[in-house]
Design a protein around this ligand. Structure first.
Ligand SMILES: Nc1ncnc2c1ncn2[C@@H]1O[C@H](COP(=O)(O)OP(=O)(O)OP(=O)(O)O)[C@@H](O)[C@H]1O
Ligand SMILES: [Mg+2]
Length: 265
């Protein structure tokens, strides 16, 4: 009997990536990740988070014991074919593209989804409005600030309406207002579109506030996975980051991470 595969569930087993002779991920197994979930990927610099996302998107050479989305086997698909299901927003965006924001989204959308301009234009307009950046529509990409570029990158990723969204530190350049706007928007779209959103974050309090699940990585391996409030503990933060931390309960009853300092080496 074939095992039951839930609709849209991502299964990725024995992910192995070797880059320039270095073993970065060694047969890493992800737990099954269901549609409609916002999953945080946490870990120190160099622990393999970007490499993991790129391997899922087909952007680095990787081998898999299994890679499937619902009933579809993704392992044999090249990056361009996988991009129909899985969209990857890189950690750093190219800064030298002399196209307007609208043009850049239209070009990407027409290439990715084979839409003509008439059909693509309303999708682009909606994506820009959802991110609150309609005023940037006619600005040139290479004239935007770092945070503005990051919002445009998010608009581009969302406009493809993928089943799986892989976001590599999408909050890194955003101010407080935009960080919360983006997390609330992602939470709503993840639910409404039954997306699986896998998101690399360094801000643990955003993870506790907005994510339903967290994956903890160190040295290319998965340390733990589960509900953020269960896996983000003083012990796991010590093991991952070498910090002395407390998880307190704030006046609204939510857990909150406070870091008191570094552990002695
Ligand atoms: N092309 C490459 N060749 C060799 N090693 C690489 C290559 N790309 C990445 N690495 C190494 O793989 C490891 C994981 O890198 P990765 O970029 O996945 O880390 P990360 O968890 O995303 O870190 P950060 O939080 O700094 O973005 C690092 O040790 C890095 O130096
Ligand atoms: Mg990274």
């Amino acid at each position: 009997m074939t095992p039951h595969i839930a609709n849209g569930e991502l299964r990725a087993l024995e992910i192995t990536v070797r880059l320039n002779g270095r073993l970065i991920l060694d047969a890493l197994n992800l737990p099954p990740l269901g549609a409609g979930q916002m999953v945080a990927l946490l870990g120190p610099n160099g622990s393999g988070k970007s490499t993991l996302l790129k391997s899922l998107a087909g952007l680095v050479p990787a081998s898999f014991g299994a890679l499937s989305l619902g009933a579809s086997d993704l392992a044999p698909l090249r990056a361009s074919a996988r991009a129909g299901h899985i969209r990857y927003l890189p950690q750093s965006l190219p800064g030298d593209i002399h196209l307007t924001v609208t043009e850049s989204l239209l070009v990407a959308l027409r290439a990715g989804r084979a839409l003509n301009t008439q059909h693509a234009f309303p999708i682009v307009k909606t994506a820009l409005a959802e991110l609150g950046i309609s005023d940037l529509a006619n600005r040139y990409l290479d004239e935007l600030s770092g945070g503005q570029k990051q919002l445009v990158g998010l608009a581009q990723a969302l406009s493809h309406e993928p089943q799986v969204l892989l976001l590599d530190e999408p909050l890194a350049s955003l101010d407080l207002n935009h960080q919360h706007h983006v997390m609330q928007l992602l939470g709503r779209l993840t639910q409404e579109r039954r997306l699986l959103t896998l998101i690399v974050l360094h801000d643990l309090n955003s993870v506790l506030q907005y994510c339903g699940q967290a994956l903890l990585m160190r040295d290319g391996a998965l340390l733990a996975s589960g509900a953020p409030a269960k896996v983000i503990t003083a012990e796991s933060l010590a093991a991952m980051f070498g910090v002395r931390a407390r998880i307190e309960t704030c006046s609204l009853g939510r857990p909150y991470v406070l870091v008191d300092g570094l552990l002695p080496i």
